[in-house]
Design a protein around this ligand. Sequence first.
Ligand code: AMP
Ligand code: TRP
Length: 336
Amino acid sequence: MTTGGHRVFSGMRPSGRLHVGNYVGALQNWVAMQDEFECIYCAVDVHALTDMQGEDTREIRPNVREMVLDWLAAGIDPDRSLVFAQSQVPEVMVLHTLLSMVTPLGWLMRVPTFKDKVRQMQETEESVSYGLVGYPVLMTADIILYKADTVPVGEDQLPHLELAREIARRFNHLYGPTFPEPQARLTEVPLVVGLDGAHKMSKSLDNHIELAASPEETTARIATAFTDPERLRRSDPGRPWVCNVYSLHKLFNPGRLDEVYQGCTSAQLGCVEDKRLLADGVNENLAAFRERRSEFESRPGYVEDALREGARRAQAIARETLAEVQERLGLASVAL
Ligand code: AMP
Ligand code: TRP
């Protein structure tokens, strides 16, 4: 592993196959960071339990596999970076319990994502699980168990990182300097808008382009995209600056931007053809990714071995930190 003095940690919930938004908004950044830093990437399957119950949880295991396949195909290198599933290093759950003792309940109840989640789940603050309230404490444990100081995330995670710093600071104040205060590192790519042109690209809104889709599926899917709503007839000039297809061209067809812009604003290029050009750009860009993915998918045990080795190396770091924490807290040890 290379280190530039910083240790990077990030996590993603195992939601299955990733989409183009995850790729440009997070994954490409994760891949690039490997050249500069020691990186730890975690499939946070325990976090998935905060809003899932019963039979649904059977999806977690296959989802971890699909997501990690996407990571590896994108260029996350399991020899250089640590890649593992959260539940495979259970020390994080011990640290979560210990950190919960220094975290005021008010801090957790005030996190805006908590209030949003309660609303979204159509629950009340009294009826949601204790585990959901503790979501940011578990996230803090994820990061500081490895003494990571740099956390690449999207903007929506900033309140969680703020809390992680407060918890680390409080622990350090009470028990002596133990943890670095982790800093968020925002990705440069702004939000990728979905094919509906109205919301952030997201699997749950079904407005996404799956990375692992076939070229044909990708073309068919992009053909359903909304474009400039005021361009009603083929002969109307379009407004690329309000069109989400054009914003995807910026990411996947940088070499043809002028051509598309001119064609659209002069009404020489129709939306149907424009979307076909975009599909070609996406398919060209993702061809190498898709080839690697299907190769890795057919190599028996490839993902499993990467996760096993990642967990083994992660656990060695985790045990050291946990021993130090237990010592600082004055907890029992074999030598009383
Ligand atoms: P999620 O599974 O939605 O939590 O996303 C995992 C990662 O991908 C997070 O770091 C998000 O910031 C990023 N991400 C998800 N959707 C988008 C999007 N539409 N545009 C940019 N980044 C995204
Ligand atoms: N909460 C993050 C999300 O929803 C996922 C996550 C869990 C995470 N633990 C983390 C991200 C630690 C960064 C660091 O995207």
